[in-house]
Write a protein that binds this ligand. Structure first.
Ligand SMILES: O=C(O)[C@H](O)[C@@H](O)[C@H](O)[C@H](O)COP(=O)(O)O
Length: 256
């Protein structure tokens, strides 16, 4: 199996979201069949949440044994637990609240009202990850990691030219002075994200075209963090036509 990066282009955001949600359901079922459990890492952002909403309304949804799925997040905004800005809250409303998932399988980042400082929250999430980790990585090796991509090329809360994107020791970092509000965030680091079997990046809109073009043209990941996303088995960029404007034709795959 090749682990080269692939780009799949869809006519519009809707087609992209429908395709990714269907692939998610079938791949997660495969993983559960093969391994007995699936660890999935979610992203915030409009496309990632739209994928979850599409999973929620899919007829195939109820065929999956959701008790075998663990949900994690690639990053979180450091806000109150009830804030609409929480990636967790958006994911719960779009999908998780309607599923039969044991509460212990939903591994959300702490929030500002949990009594922890930002650094303590990062440590707490690192411990949670470590309890599912092995000898070589203090975190689960996710089966599927979703990543949204910002117009600046950021993934999770790893921003261009910031220290977070270079972090290789810690699994979780506290982010301060984020260029995108809110200024304080929590994020997984590259080693954890790239330990995933599959990374599925989801991009829609012309404001992503430049970052995507640069990521695929060999930009350094410190300048364009999306360039550094690489799953162990697969790295797929699911993009709509507008986001694909600067993707070289030869890199566009016909199928997964
Ligand atoms: O934490 C955040 O502020 C967002 O989650 C952000 O990182 C998002 O994932 C990307 O900007 C892609 O967003 P869209 O999917 O809306 O394009």
């Amino acid at each position: 199996m090749s682990n080269e990066r692939r780009v799949l282009v869809y006519p519009d955001k809707n087609a992209l979201v429908e395709s990714v949600s269907a692939r998610f359901l079938s791949k997660t079922a495969d993983v559960i069949r093969d391994r007995g459990v699936a660890h999935v890492c979610l992203t915030g952002g409009t496309v990632g949440i739209a994928v979850l909403a599409a999973v929620s309304t899919s007829p195939a949804r109820d065929a999956l044994d959701w008790s075998k799925v663990h949900f994690w997040w690639g990053d979180e905004r450091w806000v109150a637990g009830a804030s609409d800005d929480r990636n967790e809250k958006q994911a719960r409303e779009a999908l998780l609240d309607g599923l039969d998932v044991p509460a212990g399988n939903v591994h959300a980042f702490p929030s500002t009202d949990g009594g922890l400082s930002l650094d303590e929250a990062a440590d707490a999430y690192a411990s949670e990850l470590a309890s599912f980790g092995g000898d070589e990585l203090a975190a689960p090796r996710f089966d599927i990691t979703f990543l949204g991509v910002g117009p600046d090329g950021h993934i999770a809360s790893l921003f261009p030219d910031r220290e977070g994107i270079r972090e290789t020791e810690r699994t979780v970092i506290a982010v301060r002075n984020s260029p995108k509000p809110p200024p304080e965030r929590l994020s997984l680091t590259r080693p954890v994200l790239n330990a995933s079997a599959r990374i599925w990046l989801v991009l829609s809109g012309s404001d992503k075209a430049s970052a995507l073009g640069l990521a695929l043209a060999g930009a350094s990941y410190t300048e364009v963090p999306a360039a550094g996303a690489k799953g162990r088995k697969r790295t797929v960029f699911f993009v709509d036509r507008d986001a694909s404007a600067e993707v070289p034709e030869r890199l566009i795959a016909q199928d997964y």
